[in-house]
Design a protein around this ligand. Structure first.
Ligand code: PGA
Length: 246
């Protein structure tokens, strides 16, 4: 079941997402957060940092697991997702960095590293709250449209549409890694609550298909219809193809 929360614009979406994450941390100070990167959550992370600085939030007991990482980028590479998390959130709040986990983009024995990541998420009891963006093509994490739903953390060949969408953050499209490690759909579905954020008209079709389309791996986000507690916070543009359905 998907609860749809309407936001006016990006700022409103960000505040609402931050409010829900903040409530989770207040309700359960030692919660496990599943975190996401990309343009979408930046505003929510900024809001969380602001509330932390005001003394309203305490991250000291929080642990986190990120969804994905580019293959071949070290954690100090400015386009790596570890670097993104450090600079957008972790460096600005009192989270214990040793309790923040991002798949290792440099793992040589990557199958063992993926299995270890899954084992760690499972041992942590899976996220209390999993934050997700959604790709223009309906991907969640880097689970791209496919003929089956993925299970655990795995190596992914990124689609041309994702490489193209993410190239805006690199100097040239040739620098965008072609592969990534991603938590699987089954792992994502094990989170107790799933919070999807979406803004902008580029996401409108994916948001429609996620909420109202058939449940199919050709739109990985559509499986969230089967989760008992999915919340979508989306702005007017992202909801523009949902008409009066939403
Ligand atoms: P974006 O990416 O937030 O940069 O739009 C979302 C995603 O690809 O999951």
């Amino acid at each position: 079941m998907i609860t749809i929360v309407r936001a006016h614009d990006y700022n409103d979406m960000s505040r609402k997402v931050a409010n829900i994450i903040s409530a989770q941390i207040i309700l359960k100070p030692n919660c496990v957060l599943g975190l996401a990167t990309g343009s979408t959550p930046i505003g929510a992370y900024q809001q969380l940092v602001e509330w932390y600085k005001k003394g309203d939030l305490d991250f000291s007991q929080v642990s986190s697991y990120n969804l994905d990482e580019y293959r071949g980028l070290t954690g100090d590479h400015p386009q790596s997702y570890r670097y993104f998390m450090d600079t957008n959130l972790f460096d600005h709040v009192n989270i214990d960095k040793s309790k923040t986990f991002v798949p290792d983009g440099m793992a040589e024995d990557y199958e063992a590293a993926c299995a270890a990541y899954d084992a760690a998420v499972a041992a942590a009891g899976y996220p209390d709250l999993q934050l997700l963006g959604i790709g223009n093509n309906g991907h969640i994490g880097f689970n791209e449209p496919d003929d089956h739903f993925s299970r655990g953390t795995h190596l992914v060949d990124l689609t041309e549409s994702t490489i193209e969408a993410n190239s805006r953050l690199f100097d040239s499209i040739d620098e965008v890694p072609r592969q990534a490690f991603s938590m699987g759909v089954q792992t994502i579905m094990n989170a107790k609550m799933i919070l999807v954020a979406a803004n902008g008209e580029k996401k409108a079709q994916a948001v429609h298909d996620m909420c109202f389309g058939p449940i199919t791996p050709s739109c990985p986000a559509s499986i969230l219809q089967l989760h008992t507690n999915t919340v979508l916070v989306a702005d007017e543009e992202a909801l523009s193809k949902c008409g009066e359905l939403a």
